[in-house]
Write a protein that binds this ligand. Structure first.
Ligand SMILES: *Cc1c(COP(=O)(O)O)cnc(C)c1O
Length: 397
């Protein structure tokens, strides 16, 4: 393979031509301030509102329910903090979530716990799923918010959001979903899915980094995120990131227009990759095989370190990700893989490959061959593998 094989689309994506094309005029031609009354400003305002309408249409919302943000993390923070504040005003200080959310959600919840909120973290099952019944049982009279991700960023499982939304609606509890991995990849509709608040991020669907949106249903009173001017319906002050909004809208519109063909194409490659890598002895697919994002593969290989595998694959031009992202130098395995109940030593040997619409079957076959060779090599020099093979240590997978 003479070129780089990029299989880290869950981390970020290359921008689409449509997104670049939509953004470019914003830097020089449509440079006005959308708050200015003159023609150049009003031209920018029109583009901004057009982008808002396009994003809304892609998720079944109305334009006035879309607040542009700096991305998924900001949307998650603001949604959760807003709902917490609304709850607290009524003496409700209980929140329900899961134990495998993105850190933008988990760290916000930890902060709220230190401010006197109580959080129930529903445990996901070994396949990386929770049931609507778990949510129903956890709801209390003082529950202010349920926040459950639409699809997990590491193991790719798709959660029963629609049914969880119905449970929340019946109990009159606000329901937020971090849909950053879902929007633009699988069909999402805030009405059908019974969602009150939803976070999305442009760079996960071939839009620009540092741009995204929070959907907030009109009857939910959103708190002000940034004080200042009247931008974003007075909730988020500051001159708007017009290029970011236009790039978000263009990338999302294109992704949604091709969603079924992209899903079908990615699913074929995903299943080819899973079948190929599953032939490696003592390997395991993480996350449910069916209720799974079309582009996600996450596997564990016993007896190796995910980081070593990543580095060797990088040298062969394969860009992947390890589940055990060694954040701040610590070698803690991923909280997601631990939530699925994997033992530490197995969770350390994980690899996430996330596909995009441009990947080819030829690339997938190259990756299967190279991962297989590299895992064999790493095992051949691994003292742990030797212990496993000589029976000094018990195989866990
Ligand atoms: C990437 C991601 C985020 C954060 O989005 P940013 O735009 O990078 O801030 C939040 N949640 C999930 C599930 C993600 O995959």
């Amino acid at each position: 393979m003479t070129h780089t094989v990029y299989l880290d689309n869950a981390a970020t994506t290359a921008m689409s031509d449509a997104a670049v094309k939509a953004m470019t005029p914003c830097f020089q031609g449509i440079y006005g301030n959308p708050s200015s009354l003159h023609g150049i400003g009003q031209r920018a305002r029109e583009e901004l509102e057009r982008a808002r309408e396009a994003v809304a249409a892609c998720i079944g919302a109305s334009a006035r329910e879309i607040y542009f943000t700096s991305g998924g993390s900001e949307a998650d923070n603001q949604a959760i903090r807003s709902a917490a504040r609304l709850g607290a005003a009524k003496g409700k200080k209980h929140i329900i979530s899961t134990n495998f959310e993105h850190h933008a959600v988990l760290h916000t919840l930890k902060r709220l716990e230190s401010e006197g909120f109580e959080v129930t973290y529903l445990p996901v099952d070994p396949d990386g799923l929770i049931t609507p019944a778990q949510v129903e049982e956890a709801i209390r009279p003082d529950t202010a918010l349920v926040t459950v991700m639409y699809a997990n960023n590491e193991v790719g499982t798709i959660l029963p959001v629609r049914e969880i939304g119905a449970v929340c609606r019946a109990a009159k509890v606000i329901f937020h979903t971090d849909a950053v991995q879902a929007v633009g990849h699988i069909p999402v509709d805030v009405e059908a899915d019974n969602v009150d608040m939803l976070s999305l991020s442009a760079h996960k669907f071939r839009g620009p980094k540092g741009a995204g949106a929070l959907y907030c249903r009109k009857n939910v009173a959103l708190a002000t995120f940034i004080e200042g001017g009247a931008q974003e319906r007075g909730k988020r002050a500051g001159t708007e990131n017009l290029a970011g909004a236009c790039g978000t809208a263009a990338a999302l519109s294109e992704a949604v227009a091709h969603i079924y063909e992209n899903m079908a194409g990615e699913k074929l490659l995903r299943d080819r990759l899973i079948a190929g890598l599953s032939k490696i002895p003592h390997s395991k697919l993480n996350g449910d095989a069916e209720k799974r994002l079309p582009g996600n593969v996450n596997m564990c290989f016993e007896g190796i370190e995910g980081e070593s595998l990543l580095l060797l694959l990088d040298a062969k031009g394969i860009c992947a990700s390890s589940g055990s992202a060694c954040t701040s130098g610590s070698l803690d395995p991923s909280h997601v893989l631990l939530a699925l109940g994997l033992p530490h030593e197995v969770a350390h040997g994980s690899l996430r490959l996330s596909l995009g619409p441009d990947n080819t079957a030829e690339e997938i076959d190259y990756v299967i061959a190279e991962v297989t060779k590299t895992v064999e090599y790493l095992r051949s020099i691994s003292p742990v593998w030797e212990e496993l093979e000589t029976g000094k240590r018990r195989h866990l997978i």
